[in-house]
Unconditional design. Sequence first.
Length: 246
Amino acid sequence: MPLQPAPVQTRHSHPHSEPRVSRDLPDLAPLIDHALLDPHHGAEAVRERSDEARHFGFAGICLASRWVATARPLLPPGDRVRLISVVGFPFGAVPAAIKRAEAEAAATAGADELDVVPDFGALADGDSSAVHDDLAVICELGLPVKVIVEVGRLSDAALQLLVEASLDAGVRWLKSGSGFGPPVTPPQIRRLAELARGRAGVKASGGISSLEQAYALVEAGATRLGTSRGVTLMQALRGPTTPPEG
């Protein structure tokens, strides 16, 4: 379905500036998960990203589980910005019990959603039961779970197996990748949407750095965009804005 222009969004405008949404393009902000997954950032970067997410009205902020407790007080209850923790990131190569413990810790600290790396070793062995069980114990926590499928690394047969096992486990979103690899492409997102068949949302993630690329991914079926360049995209779309104050 062609995208329709969205009205100007000013709810999250900074008091000293009025972000201007193009009247020719729909706003991307409600689709963006603002990512901070570089392990060499500290608490100040978490605070900055949280402020940016609220200022621009992003869908969420995506962090390592270690930073969920730091970010939670910065995103008041009822705020539209979702606090997302990655689990088993970036490779998923840990025992299921450890992955479950990390997910529990993130949930206890206040995470709203979990982006989980599956057991790719089990997938390589064709063990769909192990893939399913690894995710099911995390889905049992009751938070929305996205499975990071690394679509650019898998054969179509392996991708189909992973998608079905994930959906059977209770996963609500298919996330294209961790960002460790080539940029996500529209054909990859179309394939994930085909496999989801309306049973899950599709999050495009990895190397999203331009408006042209972002809109192409949305047209292909992405319902979330994971990127560390959300501010750059918003400035390109709305025009320059005053940075949020800490």
